[in-house]
Design a protein around this ligand. Structure first.
Ligand SMILES: *Cc1c(COP(=O)(O)O)cnc(C)c1O
Length: 225
């Protein structure tokens, strides 16, 4: 017997410390599944393609908070700038500038997370800490008033080795702490550590995650990424 989306959500939520934000990753899933999750009380949804966001956002209730969790291309920011709540995968000053420009057009401040390369795999995107420091201390960045860096994001290696995964998540937590102390000491909005997916969110929480991105454990397996 398979469990329903509502049951899956309940099970996950009951196992979470209260302060953790659960992002329901609904990529590739049809609207009726998102609506089931919404009806069960879920409000934060994550998508990884701008095209899919453009189709789903108008069809869902207005109080949904949409998170862009995939690789973001600068030329597509304009399509989501009027409603996007948080963009997880930011890794360049060019993208930050474009987000700022589009946010300004809509008189908004858009929250973003800097993505770090923590995995032992070359395929995963992300910055190194020195690159992030370079961005954050640049005069270009300091001029951006409509983009707010709310924290960090990362993906661990896709491995059964739990110690390896824990180590990688701990490295992101440590990057967060360094940036917090050196760049955002009194900025309360810099507080998020987005790490953990269906297969590893419990380890991520152990390492200090504040936001987990869970797809298949809620909506069932996907046929493609
Ligand atoms: C797809 C995806 C997830 C969710 O993956 P699951 O294993 O289905 O929980 C989380 N984060 C990112 C960046 C993703 O692309």
């Amino acid at each position: 017997m398979t469990t329903s989306i509502a049951e899956n959500l309940l099970n996950i939520k009951q196992s979470l410390p209260t302060k953790i934000t659960l992002v329901a990753v609904s990529k590739t899933k049809p609207l009726d599944k998102l609506q089931h999750a919404y009806d069960a009380g879920q409000r934060v949804f994550g998508e990884n393609k701008v095209q899919e966001l453009r189709e789903k956002e108008p069809a869902m209730p207005k109080d949904v908070q949409w998170h862009m969790i995939g690789h973001m291309q600068s030329n597509k920011v304009k399509y989501i700038a009027d409603y996007i709540d948080l963009i997880h995968g930011v890794e360049s000053i060019k993208l930050l500038k474009e987000i700022n420009k589009q946010a300004l057009k809509h008189r908004r401040v858009i929250k973003v997370l800097l993505q770090f390369h923590i995995a032992n795999e070359t395929t995963k995107f992300g910055l190194q800490i020195n690159e992030a420091m370079e961005i954050l201390t640049s005069t270009e960045f300091q001029k951006l008033k409509n983009v707010q860096v709310a924290g960090v994001m990362g993906m661990a290696s896709n491995t059964e080795n739990k110690e390896q995964v824990l180590k990688e998540f701990q490295s992101l937590k440590s990057i967060f702490s360094t940036l917090k102390t050196t760049q955002f000491p009194s900025e309360d909005y810099f507080k998020e550590i987005s790490m953990g997916m269906s297969g590893d969110y419990k380890i991520a929480i152990e390492a200090g995650s504040t936001m987990i991105r869970v797809g298949s454990s809620i909506f069932g397996k996907r046929n493609y990424v």
